[in-house]
Design a protein around this ligand. Structure first.
Ligand code: MCA
Ligand code: AMP
Length: 513
């Protein structure tokens, strides 16, 4: 019987010469370290055997909040290999956020950094998790200690298309995160299609400088290189100057727009430094036309912008092959092969080319639903089972898709999503606060920045700095507003709804000068 485990496909793509370098670390403890394909093979087998030895129930979730390292990537691959469900968590999440994810997902195993073991294990044990391991970015911790005792032979667990491979938490408009359930077929179909569409080759060298707890770094970048049998230059942390220094050895780079903005600010970025490059890919947030044009002028390379979501992996892409069309700045290109993308009005009626409406999608890449939220899942699909993305856009008569906004109240800051409702929830709990409105305003570095406008209760002494400092102790740092304004009331329309558009207009020049 064919094994539809995503790992089986990645494994089958390992080169015959297992002694070739698969990953070279560019920073972090001990760099440069060279990991051969054989190391990935043995390391994932040992980790998978460790998981198997724990006698976990079928479909067990393995929740992971660790710093980026090659071992952390191997842990992801080992979870697939052993047939369990991977649940990555942003390293910036604090105790309150982690408590929610662990309580909601009920993982059988939690892996965290050694420095967080105290509080993470307490939360995990309270939620019923029996196994908590540590993994540090210097190859220490109980996970690797235990795995070292395991056999380095492991037969890849049999999985079918519909079995879960990963759950990615993505914030909800009501404030609480939803776990998007992605199957082996969702991930594999998308990865195989992108391998062809973007022309991945065995002699490619990918600069991997994104975090590995989101779709972009974990799936799109890693799967691409692994399926091609291509080498990765592995950055635990993005540093524009250091990345530019490695471009002459590389062929592919992927980043959120902030990474491109920061590289453009470096004098070392030139036509010459990019001469060996084959492809620059951008996504996760809108790439400004200004950045797109400046990049072409500086490097002679045209950035390929694509569009995706945690629930769907990749949906559309500008063409790689010039025969299929130009890479057009300000657009997210054409729907990818096998992906259906349509535009509907508020009532669900089809709209003609060029008209703006809600983007809906369908395809083998579209997730199975939200973890333990059947009603939310049903709400987000149309009656003919297209997924409502919450993005607003249009399709031109030539098929190019342009995103013009979002119907969901969402801020994307440096490629990370921030849901205003979640932040407003925290602010509204604070003493002296009557209500609040959290908005996104243009930011030269992060694209959008989070700003809070807070209404004080009559007579209350409130100041923005204290509110910001308090939030910093409660939520991930990238969600903390870059500015907090205390006011007497919020602008409202005739229906009593807060007019966030007016607040955005009022504060639009805050971070752009
Ligand atoms: C860091 N800071 C931020 C952000 N990142 N503030 C707002 N937005 C951010 N994204 C703040 C921290 O709170 C901290 O502030 C200060 O910057 C320094 O933190 P540090 O971690 O050192 O920052 P950095 O290393 O410069 O990080 C910036 C970054 C990072 C490299 C742009 O945010 C990043 O890696 N972003 C990529 C996210 C990503 O991979 N997204 C893909 C999602 P303070 O000192 O005051 O606390 S996948 C997806 O969206 C879909 C499916 C798709 O299409 O791909
Ligand atoms: P996430 O919840 O992290 O999966 O974020 C998905 C959202 O990121 C999408 O619904 C879009 O709003 C946004 N997004 C991803 N890629 C792009 C892009 N190239 N341009 C504009 N928005 C994007």
């Amino acid at each position: 019987m064919k094994n539809n485990n995503l790992f089986a496909a990645l494994h089958a793509a390992f080169p015959t010469d297992l002694d070739r370098t698969a990953i070279e670390t560019a920073d972090g403890p001990g760099a440069p370290l060279y990991y051969r394909w054989r190391d990935l093979e043995r390391g994932t087998a040992m980790l998978a055997n460790l998981l198997r030895s724990l006698d976990l129930p079928a479909g067990a979730r393995i929740a992971v909040q660790t710093e980026k390292s090659v071992e952390a990537l191997m842990l992801y691959l080992a979870v697939l290999r052993a047939g369990y469900v991977y649940l990555p968590l942003n390293t910036a999440y604090q105790a309150g956020e982690i408590e929610y994810f662990i309580g909601n997902a009920e993982p059988s195993v939690v892996v965290c950094s050694g420095r967080n073991f105290g509080w993470v294990s307490k939360l995990a044990f309270k939620a019923g998790t029996r196994n908590v391991f540590t993994l540090n970015d210097d190859r220490s911790g109980s996970l690797l200690d235990r795995a070292a005792l395991m056999s380095d032979r492991h037969e890849v667990a049999q999985r079918s298309d519909d079995d879960l491979a990963a759950i990615l938490y993505t914030s909800g408009t009501t404030g609480r995160s939803k776990g998007a359930m992605l199957t082996h077929a969702n991930l594999l179909s998308n990865a195989l299609m992108l391998k062809d569409y973007w022309g991945w080759r065995a002699d490619d060298v990918l600069i991997h400088a994104l975090p590995i707890f989101h779709v972009h770094g974990l799936f799109v970048a890693s799967h691409g290189a692994l399926l091609a049998g291509a080498k990765m230059i592995w950055f635990a942390k993005f540093d524009a100057r250091k990345v530019i220094e490695r471009l002459p050895e590389a062929t592919v780079f992927m980043g959120v727009p902030t990474l491109y903005v920061r590289m453009l600010a470096e004098p070392g970025l030139s036509r010459q430094s990019c001469a060996h490059m084959r492809l620059f890919i951008a996504g996760s947030a809108p790439l400004l036309l200004e950045t797109f044009n400046e990049w072409t002028a500086r490097t002679s390379h045209t950035i390929l912008e694509r569009y995706g979501m945690s629930e769907t992996v990749m949906l559309s892409s500008n063409p790689y092959d010039p025969a299929q069309g130009e890479r057009r700045g300000g657009t997210v290109g054409l729907p990818l092969p096998g992906v259906g993308l349509r535009i509907r009005d508020d009532k669900g009626h089809p709209l003609p080319a060029g008209e703006i409406g809600h983007i809906e999608v369908k395809g083998p890449n579209v997730f199975k639903g939200y973890w333990r939220m059947p009603e939310k899942t049903a709400d987000d699909f149309t009656t003919d089972l297209w997924f409502k993305t919450g993005d607003v856009g249009k399709i031109g008569s030539d098929g190019y898709v342009t995103i013009v906004g979002r119907s969901k109240d969402l801020i994307i800051s440096g490629g990370y999503n921030v849901y205003p409702a979640e932040i407003e929830g925290y602010v509204n709990e604070m003493p002296g606060v009557a209500e609040s409105a959290v908005i996104g305003v243009p930011h030269a570095d992060f694209g959008e920045a989070v700003v809070a406008v807070v209404v004080r209760k009559p007579g209350a002494a409130l100041d923005g700095a204290t509110i910001g400092a308090e939030l910093k102790t409660q939520i991930a740092n990238f969600k903390v507003p870059k500015a907090v304004f205390v006011v007497d009331d919020l602008p409202r329309n005739a229906m009593g709804k807060v007019q966030k558009n007016l607040l955005r207009e009022q504060h639009k020049a805050l971070f752009t000068g």
